[in-house]
Design a protein around this ligand. Sequence first.
Ligand code: HEC
Length: 102
Amino acid sequence: MKTSCYDCHSNNTFYPWYSNIQPLKWWLSDHVNSGKRHLNFDEFNSYSQEEKLKKLDEIIETVKDGEMPLTSYTAIHQKAKLSLSDRFEVKKWVNETKREVK
Ligand code: HEC
């Protein structure tokens, strides 16, 4: 999750070398801001219970459908690609977190 999602969904955005190159810089910060608005792992604990469960379901869905991480991002950030076992881990994490939230 840290490698594949945190760049756009947490306050610890790691801006790689290419982020200094326009238009990549603009492209990346646009995605980071929009991604954070939808989901910010650093603020996860401040979400309401209902919101947490909704976000967790969305995580499963976007990962299952291969929508996240964005393909335009994995194209230049190979390490962020999710393998089958990564997806399995994400699912496991979501289910564990759901139990904690409930
Ligand atoms: C390159 C930036 C980027 C990365 C990396 C990324 N996301 Fe996103 N994410 C976005 C953006 C931008 C949105 C806003 C929705 C959109 O515009 O498609 C979003 C939206 C979401 C949403 C909300 C969908 C909705 O309907 O509101 C979820 C859940 C999500 N991402 C999960 C993840 C997970 C899980 C990962 C890692 C496996 C991940 N994202 C990696 C940029 C990113």
